[in-house]
Design a protein around this ligand. Sequence first.
Ligand SMILES: *Cc1c(COP(=O)(O)O)cnc(C)c1O
Length: 433
Amino acid sequence: MRSERMQKQYEAMGICKEVCVFADRIEETLSERFVALEETAEYNQMKTLAAMQKNRVSAECFQSTSGYGYNDLGRDTLEAVYADCFKTEDALVRPQITCGTHALALALLSNLRPGDELLSPVGKPYDTLEEVIGIRPSKGSLAEYRISYRQVDLLADGGFDYEAIRRAIHEKTKMVTIQRSKGYAARPTLSVARIGELISFIKSIRPNILCMVDNCYGEFVEEMEPSEVGADLIVGSLIKNPGGGLASIGGYLAGKKECIENAAYRLTSPGLGKEVGASLNMMQSFYQGLFLAPSVVCGALKGAIFAASLYEALGFDVLPDSRESRHDIIQSITFHHPDAMQAFCRGIQAAAPVDSYVTPEPWAMPGYDSDVIMAAGAFVQGSSIELSADGPLKPPYTVFFQGGLTWHHARFGILMSLQKLYEQNLVNKNRMC
Ligand SMILES: *Cc1c(COP(=O)(O)O)cnc(C)c1O
């Protein structure tokens, strides 16, 4: 139980005693899980540190370049650090990669050629990839370049449909895309071990099929990355896990030398590849963010498990549940009530270091068929390694919650969300006693 002094501190921040005491009780049940998370962070901290030491990171690496950026030591060394950290042959890590979708589009558009086919053996990919692939018609999509797409859905129990995958693979199948995180879908997130099984199966049918993993939200959650279980290419965003909250833009690709080369020639230009691309004063934040990422991800995971346990105890549906092992940092909570969902988001917003005084309102976001509510008070716009929550305001009123640069802030955000529900009588107060 927290000291009186601490409780007073929380009270001064607007959290009532009942919420504080209930949260303490929930947290007491989580000590074993938190120890395991700390161990993973410790293991991964050694990985990022070893990669930096091996590549002789020095103060010179933080110097900015402009213009063409020829011979940019910081940029080239950072790419070697990422490659070592993720145990790949090479990497492309650039501020010129604007977001996760851009990084994934780059990986696909550079490694596929007209006539090739892309296969997703894990069901529908992330929303923004529908336009990249051309599932929803879009300018510049793979479909416009005569690159076809096939999809095999997961089985009802979340398993891989091996027979259908075998049937879907043919001589045009050049690449497979595997999304690690469930994103906004209602399926389980894939563990690195399961991704490894799927890749082994695909390679047993045709060893030369390129296996790409959308690694968004997954980095440093486990002690291994998909690149260690056979993935030819892993791809992600620096304003999620690997940027550690410090990177203010950027994306990465890590994998086989040839895949990275293809991507570099597409990102800049045929003939130029990795040789150009100024680092624009970003390097220190990229290195320092990667260095902090294992700890930051650990804090976010503690927050996700704390939220799952707390809201599960209050009778709400949570995914993953309070006991499941974690393979990404996303937590969903289903409220079955629009007011409760809005109260939750208002609490997350009110707990933010930036824009805490604004009230999130549902709005009609492009690409969605219902209003969407978002809570984010982040140092980096749209950064979802920072404490954030969002979801479509329609039944069953599910909110997706992720991030938190420190465990203490994630904890406070969750307390504040519950405080808002408590004040509006949207929780069963008997369950809190
Ligand atoms: C966030 C995310 C993306 C896209 O990243 P953006 O930076 O939002 O473009 C793709 N796939 C998954 C699984 C994600 O979580």
